[in-house]
Ligand binder design. Structure first.
Ligand code: SF4
Length: 364
């Protein structure tokens, strides 16, 4: 991952002819942008901190990057930053799927990047300010609602970055209901205790519990917890109030079927992501060598956004994705050929038994 210091003048050509913008002061203006952003997207972002950092660094060019859910707010934010700091702002127009997905090409053009929505992975990038998106959403009532669905008196608690700042209140609510909730540790690409990512479940794997309660939206993360730990998972959605138990069988059946479909394939593409936090070239090379040792035709494919039509003309009969685990696990139905995760490919090669097929996680 490219790194550059948090200083002015690191863009490749000189900025607009302005005096250093350090002298202007943020305050109520950035607070009002925060209010507007909360109204339009439902998320809180610490824009005041961002303004201070832009001004402290005397950045003359600032890059803005955000996932689709926050993009609508970027033009107004860009305008405000320009007015307040005098810096020129350039918005990244490409899709952004996570903190793994920094726009490095834009980062070369600017002095400072503001990455909205995600927590930094591991040590992050000193040239990039990560502004985590926090949803102001009560977790205690949905945690209480989940209590009848729990079987244990001690449960592991997990959530995603949008809710992690309110995990403490759900622990308190569970305590009042006679349940001891525990949040797993931060570490690696996990920034906060209790946080999980689609590509990392280290916080929950570290816990010695027999059951987990996931507080958040969507099925992928609680499914990941169940697959990564082998434990029972109850999921409670703070937006809809829905509580349910995760059933991993349909996913396991689909994954086993994908391995069976790939068994007849002779030509495999090994997909390697260009995104800095998803790129696992060493693993891809290793898988290629192991496939070739079994007489398979293997080739490496390096790409940014992994989409079905990018694979059409390559003639692969199956693929192994070393990119974000969601490509194989969440998007499989979009592809004509089976897409396996690296552990699933090991099952296909006969190096691992299906019962020992672990969830694919990205380790730093
Ligand atoms: S690799 Fe996938 S799951 Fe991990 S941070 Fe990136 S988009 Fe999210």
């Amino acid at each position: 991952m490219a790194r550059a210091p948090l200083t002015a003048g690191s863009s490749s050509d000189p900025g607009p002819d302005r005096s250093c913008p350090c002298q202007s002061t943020p305050g109520s203006t950035s607070a009002s942008i925060s209010d507007a952003l909360r109204k339009s997207s439902g998320y809180d972002l610490d824009l005041e901190k961002a303004m201070h950092l832009i001004q402290r660094s005397c950045a003359r060019r600032v890059g803005l990057q955000a996932p689709e859910g926050l993009k609508r707010s970027l033009p107004a934010l860009a305008r405000q930053i320009e007015e307040l700091t005098g810096a020129e702002v350039i918005i990244s127009g490409d899709p952004c799927f996570g903190a793994c997905d920094l726009d490095l090409r834009l980062a070369e053009q600017v002095d400072l990047m503001l990455h909205l929505g995600h927590a930094e992975l591991g040590d992050g990038d000193p040239k990039t300010i990560f502004l985590e998106a926090r949803m102001d959403c009560d977790l205690s009532s949905v945690a209480r609602k989940a209590v009848p669905a729990l079987r244990e008196k001690r449960v592991g608690l997990a959530t995603t970055i949008q809710h992690v700042h309110r995990l403490e209140e759900s622990l308190e609510a569970l305590r009042e209901e006679g349940i001891e909730g525990v949040a797993g540790p931060a570490g690696g690409r996990i920034k906060h205790p209790g946080q999980v990512l689609g590509c990392s479940y280290s916080s929950v794997r570290a816990l010695d519990v027999r059951e987990f309660l996931f507080l958040g939206t969507g099925r992928f993360h609680p499914l990941g917890i169940a697959l990564a730990t082998g434990k029972r998972v109850v999921t409670a959605d703070p937006l809809t109030g829905e509580v349910s138990e995760i059933d991993i069988d349909p996913m396991l059946r689909k994954r086993y079927a994908a391995i069976c479909r790939a068994e007849g394939a002779k030509r495999f593409a090994i997909l390697v992501s260009k995104k800095p936090g998803q790129s696992r070239m060493a693993l891809a090379r290793n898988l290629k060598a192991r496939g070739e040792a079994r007489g398979l035709e293997m080739f490496l494919v390096y790409l940014d956004n992994i989409e079905p039509d990018r694979l059409l003309n390559l003639g692969a009969q199956a693929a192994v994705s070393t990119a974000c685990p969601r490509v194989a696990l969440d998007d499989a139905a979009k592809y004509r050929i089976p897409i396996l995760t690296p552990p699933e490919f090991e099952v296909l090669l006969g190096e691992r038994v299906w019962e020992d097929c672990r969830f694919d996680e990205i380790e730093d």
